[in-house]
Design a protein around this ligand. Structure first.
Ligand SMILES: [Zn+2]
Length: 355
């Protein structure tokens, strides 16, 4: 604006040679070009610099599924991760009873990890490089069978699985549980999904096989069973007869039957009595007691905060407290062991033993 006014002022006082107009116009053009370049550079910088600071950025959600929605807020807005200092000015939590709390600042990636993450079509699994899967066959007991030497499972889930199937064998004398599927790669899930689509069509397939990225098996926290007797008899696992013991008691070992028949309208997956998800004893107990599916339970936890936590009593009579924290600043109890897990959506769940 100023420049225009000045030019107009000159031309009003005295005649100006044409060459001056030409030079003036050229000068204006150069000035405009430089200011536009400067603007472009300055507007590009904020989006490139923070992304270098982000450790394991969201775009590493690989491979990019073509048919699967990937809610990825961080990819378009890197600021939450990049600008969160560990000394964020957060109000100090007030002590509750005789427990003091402090703030632990998490990273954006942490939201997508931990044994309590919800995994479904709307909240796909994020693949990280450092997953801790182990070969189940090397750890199995004689109480059950493993269908594949390469079957991998999350390390935390093994000991509880062994305890559950040892107790099942002890109670029933049946050692015919066959673990058929643990951790799956994205590519393998794609293969399974495509195979099912070819067999029954896309709509029916979606009821039985999760789309790649949307399967709990990616996490190594889910395991499928079949039935295989020493006689050679083999059939699907339906959780009936002797095997009902497992489906009724699995929460005591930290597992839930993830897809119940009355929750299909929420999970999008048909009844799968053979699919067990590991959550740890407290949360598996509460999910079962409340008769919720895991989608509902993750929502349910939102009502509980550190100063008003959910109380969970296990079948063994142990009492746990659990609560939800939105965002990256998580309130954790001081001087008490606790577990923290992302919910794979927008925050964290803290769990500690109260007795
Ligand atoms: Zn399964």
């Amino acid at each position: 604006m100023n420049r225009k006014r000045t030019t107009r002022g000159y031309s009003g006082r005295r005649p100006v040679p044409i060459i001056s107009y030409v030079l003036g116009a050229a000068f204006l053009l150069v000035a405009v070009i430089f200011s536009v370049k400067g603007f472009l550079r300055s507007s590009a910088e904020p989006s490139t610099i923070p992304s270098q600071n982000v450790t394991a950025p969201m775009p590493s959600l690989t491979p990019s599924p073509s048919g699967v929605e990937s809610p990825d807020p961080a990819a378009s807005d890197p600021t939450p991760t990049a600008t969160t200092p560990t000394t964020a000015p957060v109000a100090s939590p007030t002590p509750v009873g005789n427990i003091s709390y402090e703030v632990k600042t998490m990273k954006q990636d942490d939201i997508y990890q931990g044994k309590l993450i919800l995994i479904n079509a709307n909240h796909p699994y994020r693949f990280f490089d450092f997953e801790n899967f182990v070969c189940l066959y090397n750890y199995k007991t004689d109480s059950y069978k493993v269908g594949d030497y390469d079957l991998l499972i999350a390390e935390d889930a093994i000991a509880p699985l062994n305890r559950m199937l040892n107790d099942f064998y002890y109670n029933t004398g049946v050692n015919a549980v066959l673990a058929t599927s643990g951790h799956r790669t994205y590519e393998y899930q794609q293969y399974l999904f495509d195979k099912e689509v070819a067999l029954v069509g896309p709509e029916e397939a979606a009821l039985w096989v999760a789309q790649p990225g949307a399967s709990e098996h990616h996490s190594g926290l889910a395991i499928d069973f079949a039935v295989y007797y020493d006689s050679g008899e083999y059939h699907d696992y339906d959780g009936s007869g002797d095997f009902a013991w497992i489906n009724e008691n699995c929460h005591k070992y930290g597992y839930i039957v993830r897809y119940k028949p009355d929750k299909q309208h929420i999970t999008g997956i048909a009844y799968e009595p053979w699919h067990f998800r590991y959550l740890g004893v407290p949360h598996a107990t509460k999910v079962t007691e409340l008769e919720l599916c895991y989608e509902e339970y993750i929502d349910y936890l939102r009502d509980y905060s550190y100063d008003s936590p959910l109380s969970i009593e296990t079948d063994e009579g142990e009492v746990y407290k659990a609560y939800y924290c939105e965002g990256l600043n998580v309130y954790v109890p001081k001087n008490i062991d606790y577990e923290i897990s992302g919910n794979n959506i927008d925050g964290f769940i803290v769990t500690y033993k109260a007795s």
